[in-house]
Ligand binder design. Structure first.
Ligand code: ZN
Length: 83
């Protein structure tokens, strides 16, 4: 079954698109959500990155963003809240 647009109901959905930061041509990178691994560490906090993927409706242009590993992000979120 094809996904349908939540805005206009069209089935012209383009999935899995990268969202690229084009600010500098020589350092293109995909936009991502970043979380801090060890917020209490003094120096080596570390980070986890979750790349954003876009789904675009080819009829009305609505864009939806998702990440591939939401459970990991949720775990990060819970861990960081505790501390
Ligand atoms: Zn649409």
């Amino acid at each position: 079954m094809n996904p349908k647009c939540t805005n206009c109901g069209s089935d012209k959905i383009i999935e899995g698109l990268n969202i690229v930061d084009n600010a500098a041509d020589y350092m293109k990178q995909n936009l991502s959500i970043e979380t801090i691994k060890n917020p209490n560490a003094f120096l080596f906090k570390g980070s986890n990155k979750y790349e954003l993927k876009a789904k675009v409706c080819g009829s009305c242009g609505k864009v939806e963003m998702t990440i591939d590993n939401p459970e990991e992000l949720w775990n990060d979120h819970k861990r960081n809240k505790k501390t």
